[in-house]
Design a protein around this ligand. Sequence first.
Ligand SMILES: [Zn+2]
Length: 361
Amino acid sequence: MLRVCSTNVTMGTSVQQEYNDASLLTLASVPVSIRMKSGVVTLDRTGFEDGGWLRFMPAENCAISEGLMKRDWRSLRERLVNLRTDDGDAVIGWLGAAGYVPFEMLEKPESMVFSRKDVENMSSRDLGWREEFLTPAIRQRVQTFRDVFAWLIGLNGEQFRNAIGLAKEYGEIRNELHQTRVRAMECGKNPRLKDPAREFIKEVKAPSHLDPETLGLALRGTGTSEVMRGKFSWDSSGSPHVVAEVDSPMAAVCISIHLDRNFSSRGWVQCVRCSKWLDKVRGRDRFCSSRCRNYVTTTARRGKIRLLKQAAQQWEKLTPKSQSGLDRWQWIAEWVTRKSKSEAEVEANWVMRELTKIESR
Ligand SMILES: [Zn+2]
């Protein structure tokens, strides 16, 4: 795509005022994409992200960059919310796929360019991650975001917007509180002030283990920053396009949630069998995989057959007098339906077919 013209906009709740003033047009069907300028970001032992620092890939190595360009933030989000953080290999795999580079691996941490050795390490596996780089702090950070994002995707559009309002309020109260503390300290006082974080978590009806800072920032901004830059552009054929520019993989995942929850409405469901979260792309997805679907179908069928055999035994126990005038298949069908509490709606035809099969064995 040849970019003819582009202009920068700023996104996030902190700039609400600006766009309220200048609403000219609402554009439907404008594609929005997410771009991480640097492609990768380093993560140090303490879980600190080197967000503003752009490190470049040596020109001769395009394979890594090409892989990063193809990142699908929705599927990375799905992997993250289902990630088991006690599984080191899984965490490392996710960090590498998302575009995190272990800071500790770098040959020259102060350099603007990755060294040949760095690139070699990054190409070998998961952008250079090894078990020893995965500190408890990094694991904790991944888990904090995982829990916040997993909770957010389960909200409906109205709940999500309501939560944004509460997060905005929480941010303001927290800032005021901070200023009050500073003023009090200047006067040599130590005021006892109520913690707004707990209040926020309660009001927003989030589980108490969620980190209020991360949750607030994820709702007001990108999870790692209060604001984000966006680029509004059009190509040579005049088609408009919006690019959200993020400087962190976590921010990209967070923005993908805003796009699905707030800018549009995509559904999220939990797999009926294993409760894994899944993006409900097709209208009737209830299972994460055909394995889970087959399992549930097979189990349901086995349960029905078991009830059918019991029903047949019950029928045999009836006296000939009670049986007279009753249709055997119909009686059994009703018995199975009743016993399964209507979960298995069974018909006489099915009973006849299945029971004939069983009895002829
Ligand atoms: Zn499943």
